[in-house]
Design a protein around this ligand. Structure first.
Ligand code: NAD
Length: 335
């Protein structure tokens, strides 16, 4: 199969490209604009593969997208603006890239009759759940611009199936972790700061609950959906570990050999969902299971940042994310 992978130089996309090249005989073309979030280093040695072609370009470039989609059998669509804090500052850009970019790809997929289009999305579209867990037909209640742009793009993708029978599947995964993630995201941000002897800032009281999936499990699930998913369907891809911010911080501190004296409590995000939770029975029926144990996966991830300081040091974000309109600092209820 000839696969077009958008955003394949980013965190999850690059893991997916390595997975596809190592487990199949497919030919892969990566389309990536190499924004601040993308890097050819993420692809590393597989860039030399004669089954991989890299094209630097924008998913908003209609002619480029059209010519690339025409030459491929399937599309796996990762390219997006992906950082919640940045979406508070420039939500219009998030809508343009995440929604209109997806629409342009879908138009080309319909025109050239691709065999499958996998649109990669997130559990954040379901919003905060006080209890229970969201199945794929749960209402979409995004509360931040990033999640709203992903929810909109999911609906655009599903409407392409409903209207034109474009063979779209949507995957929604929980928070991914693993090597090669940009240090603006919480696990690498904390790890890189702690490894340098710096302090870290925990949002609010560290009470927010997130589900964590190792990136290798997510990309294996995405590949199952590509090959066996039913067009028009959504597949949740969750992980086996639910943690509050405080529990996550505790894991990272221990893995980095640091203590709670290195943690500051910083103002919460303007909107910060209390709890995400999903079921993933549909993907399980395709053979999906989150296999990587969290503590092992986290230890390996932090080792990767330890030995690859040359990779992440130039990418290091500002001291703490700048969040427009952040709430006033509230100290923790207890530590
Ligand atoms: P990332 O920010 O690491 O990578 C995004 C990639 O897309 C980068 O390589 C960037 O250069 C590229 N890109 C951005 N705008 C582009 C454009 N206009 N044209 C072409 N390329 C462009 O993101 P990630 O964490 O790897 O996430 C990948 C996908 O998975 C996204 O769609 C995201 O919404 C989704 N997702 C991420 C997570 C997570 O925990 N990271 C969880 C669920 C879903």
């Amino acid at each position: 199969m000839r696969l077009l992978v958008t955003g394949g130089a980013g965190f999850i996309g690059s893991h997916y490209v390595r997975h596809a090249l190592s487990t199949t005989s497919d030919r892969v073309t990566v389309l990536d604009a190499l924004t601040y979030a993308g890097s050819l280093d993420n692809l590393g040695p597989v860039l030399q593969s004669d089954r991989l072609q890299f094209v630097k370009g924008d998913i908003l470039d209609r002619d480029l997208v059209n010519s690339l989609v025409q030459a491929h059998d399937a599309v796996v669509h990762f390219a997006a603006e992906s950082h919640v804090d940045r979406s508070f500052l420039d939500s219009g850009h998030f809508l343009t890239v995440n929604v209109l970019g997806t629409q342009l790809l879908l138009d080309a997929a319909r025109r050239h009759r691709v065999a499958k289009f996998v649109h990669v999305s997130t559990d954040e579209v379901y919003g905060s759940l006080p209890a229970g867990a969201a199945a794929e037909d749960a209402p979409l209640r995004p509360t931040v611009p990033y999640a709203a742009s992903k929810a909109a793009s999911d609906l655009v993708a599903l409407s392409a199936y409903a209207t034109h029978r474009t063979p779209v599947c949507v995957t929604r995964s929980s928070n991914n972790y693993g090597p090669h993630q940009h240090p603006e995201k919480v696990i690498p941000r904390f790890a890189t700061r702690l490894l340098k002897g710096e302090r870290v800032g925990l949002h609010g009281r560290g009470q927010h609950i997130r589900n964590w999936v190792h990136v290798s499990d997510n990309v294996a699930g995405i590949d199952l959906v590509l090959r066996h998913g039913t067009p028009g369907e959504v597949y949740n891809l969750g992980g086996g570990t639910d943690l509050t911010g405080r529990q996550l911080t505790d894991h990272i501190l221990r893995a980095c050999g640091a203590g709670w004296d290195r943690v500051d409590y910083i103002p919460d995000r303007p909107s910060n969902d209390l709890r995400y939770a999903m079921t993933w029975g549909k993907a399980a029926r395709l053979g999906y299971a989150p296999r990587r144990a969290f503590e092992d996966g986290l230890a390996e991830t932090i080792d990767w940042y330890r030995v690859n300081a040359h990779r992440w040091a130039p990418l290091k974000p500002p001291a703490e994310p700048a969040v427009a309109g952040a709430l006033t600092h509230r100290p923790p209820a207890s530590t």
